[in-house]
Write a protein that binds this ligand. Structure first.
Ligand code: F6R
Length: 369
């Protein structure tokens, strides 16, 4: 069943171009319009939505954090992203004009299911982004947008994550088109860029030999930090989560802008830090700001492992290692930048002799509170 791969995880990481492609498949027409037939909520009702709340857990919650940047950009309405287990025990401000989007690979996560039930009681419209046909969460939601990653066997999520991010972009564009905040040309342009992503994910996968080497060298690391900014921030969080789950190494992700507010105190000689760099074309000079962060930590002796766009020479002077990804629009970058981090964690865990498919203490589907 592993098709010649050493683990399900290795196979699933390799299946990511396909997971993205299949999630896009059949969801736009020749004219570049979105066709989300499964989202069976009255378009007028969707157009009137004035707030989106995303509820999810773990890796799926990081997909939600990425969705926030995209949906706010295209739809011009606030997006709140909340852990499902926190949402259900607050007194959340949700009403008929709120769209509650749940994201769940399994569709059975109890915390997420209860959050969806809570949202419905409060009168919200609910959309489920889910990888498992006919699971409980999509059945209990008003609408579902299935991710087509195929069955994910390894306990820690990889290909489902890329499919979730892809589905979030589709939902954001769909909502933006209905609201009139995303012009048809914009929708078409982003769709074209999305359709180019599977090949770019493949390019990343094909160039990871050095990352594997670094991971093997680092097998006895005690702590690894991850920095990112904008959509690179949730990618940093996911990189840290993968390393904790698979390799049992202390790992923490930070928003790069937060560095000077505390975490920089952790930096000492030899501390490995992955930095997910926004493309040079990012708005607001974000690229330069993150390059300054790399410079600061490098000056304090950090080992800087930098993930940057092809051709971005600005990072080179301060990077111990540069891991390249193809150029793409800033919002879509997570589909590429997370891949080296997944492979790093899996390879390092393998080097430690751990079972990457079945990490200790974890279950694939968390159906208890
Ligand atoms: C991380 C991981 C978990 C799940 C989380 C939510 O690798 O697998 O953090 O992402 O338990 O699961 P789903 O998406 O099934 O609701």
């Amino acid at each position: 069943e592993k098709g010649g791969y050493p683990s399900f995880m290795a196979k699933e990481i390799d299946e990511q171009p396909r997971a993205v492609a299949d999630t896009l498949l059949g969801r736009s027409d020749a004219a570049g319009r979105l066709v989300l037939d499964e989202v069976r909520i009255d378009p007028a009702e969707l157009a009137a939505v004035d707030k989106v709340v995303v509820v999810s857990c773990g890796t799926s919650a990081y997909a939600g954090q990425i969705a926030k940047y995209a949906i706010e950009h295209w739809c011009r309405i606030p997006v709140e992203v909340e852990y499902a287990h926190e949402f259900r025990y607050r007194d959340p401000v949700v009403d008929e004009r709120t769209l509650v989007v749940s994201i769940s690979q399994s569709g059975e996560t109890m915390d997420t299911l209860m959050a969806v039930r809570h949202a419905r009681e409060l009168g919200a419209r609910t959309v489920s982004i889910c990888n498992t046909n006919g699971a409980t969460i999509p059945r209990e939601s008003d609408a579902v947008l299935y991710t087509h990653a195929g069955p994910e066997v390894a306990v820690a999520s990889t290909k489902a994550f890329l499919a979730q991010i892809t589905a979030c972009y589709l939902l954001g564009l769909y909502l933006g088109a209905l609201k009139g905040t995303a012009a048809p040309e914009v929708v078409k342009e982003v769709l074209d860029e999305l359709h180019a992503m599977p090949e770019k994910v493949q390019t990343v996968l094909d160039g990871l030999e050095r990352v594997r080497e670094i991971a093997r060298f680092m097998a006895d690391s005690r702590s690894v930090l991850f920095l990112g900014r904008h959509v690179g921030y949730p990618v940093a969080l996911e990189g840290a989560l993968k390393l904790k789950e698979l390799a049992y190494i202390h790992a923490e992700g930070f928003a790069a802008g937060e560095l000077k507010h505390g975490p920089i105190a952790l930096i000492e000689a030899g501390q490995p830090v992955f930095v997910v760099v926004p493309p040079p074309a990012s708005p607001h000079g974000l690229h330069g700001k993150v390059v300054s962060n790399i410079q600061e930590i490098r000056a304090r002796g950090a080992r800087t492992l930098v993930i940057a766009e092809e051709g971005d020479e600005g990072v080179v002077p301060y990077a111990e290692e540069v891991i390249r990804v193809p150029a793409c629009p800033p919002l879509l970058m997570p589909l590429l930048t997370v891949v080296p981090l997944q492979v790093f964690a899996a390879e390092l865990a393998g080097a430690k002799g751990l079972d990457v498919d079945q990490p200790r203490n974890l279950a694939k589907s968390v159906t208890v509170e």
